[in-house]
Design a protein around this ligand. Structure first.
Ligand code: ADP
Ligand code: ADP
Length: 226
């Protein structure tokens, strides 16, 4: 069974050309899929439909074997990691990671247990008392992923998480994300318009053009020399 399944998924804003047009895609459990294509091709729209921030005009979206078209974001158990990481500057790393668990009103012992588990996995234990301003870009990224891990989300969704960084940091973060994704084994959908990220990060690359899924292949197949 696929982790995420899209069947004839369409998004139509107003009465223009569909932003996303008849997408069929199965994403396997633990798979890392890159969604690539030029600006305006529908990448964000597709990601936002998966996470539930945008309604689907027609077609079906499944997470596991559950159809989630009408489910609220909170009931989809997915974790979106944004470009700016959306960390709370006034909270410590511990409280930033614990935040979704506080909302769920888990007891302190369980929160402590989960946050420490995630911090160990992400090598953040010695930074738990710090504020985001005192962290490197890579550490902030890991805190954002920690917040997703403690929620025991079924998948990570990244929307161009590296596009605001300089080239050097972007390279480091690319390596870091690839390493963590393999270690965690969590299903990941990653939107980018960066060819290098598309070539190096994922198990498969899905190429979008004007809302249409043009090609889905491994980076090796897609980018091999002619
Ligand atoms: P990408 O993420 O690949 O840049 P988007 O998903 O943001 O592409 O946009 C796909 C198309 O849908 C574009 O033509 C864009 O102008 C249009 N679009 C995106 N969001 C909206 C919206 N809220 N209302 C109307 N049109 C939108
Ligand atoms: P509410 O709608 O309850 O006031 P939010 O809109 O902040 O609160 O979040 C509601 C639920 O949506 C959260 O419990 C969470 O499951 C989900 N959610 C919020 N942000 C994200 C995100 N970045 N990625 C995935 N799911 C999210």
């Amino acid at each position: 069974m696929a982790a995420i399944t899209m069947r004839n998924v369409v998004k139509q804003y107003g009465d223009g050309f569909p932003a996303v047009n008849d997408i069929n895609l199965d994403i396997a459990d633990g798979e890392f899929v890159i969604l690539v294509g030029p600006s305006g091709c529908g990448k964000s729209t597709l990601l936002r439909m998966i996470v539930g921030l945008e309604d689907i005009t027609s077609g079906d979206l499944f997470i596991g074997d559950t159809r989630v078209n009408e489910k609220a974001p909170r009931d989809r158990n997915l974790a979106m990691v944004f470009q700016n990481y959306a960390l709370y500057p006034h909270l410590t790393v511990f409280e930033n990671i614990a935040f979704p668990l506080r909302l769920q009103k888990l007891d302190d012992a369980e929160i402590e247990r989960r946050v420490h588990g995630a911090a160990e996995l992400l090598e953040l234990v010695e930074h738990l008392g710090r504020k985001p301003a005192n962290l490197s870009g890579g550490q902030r990224q890991r805190v954002a992923m920690g917040r997703a891990i403690v929620r025991q989300a079924q998948a990570f969704l990244f929307d161009e998480p590296l596009s605001n960084l300089d080239a050097k940091l972007r390279g480091q973060m690319r390596t870091e994300i690839a390493r963590l994704q393999k270690r965690l084994g969590i299903t990941t959908v990653y939107v980018t318009h960066d060819q290098v990220e598309a070539m190096t990060l994922g198990d498969r690359v899905a190429v979008l053009r004007k809302g249409i899924l043009q090609q889905v292949a491994s980076p090796r197949e897609l980018y091999r020399e002619p």
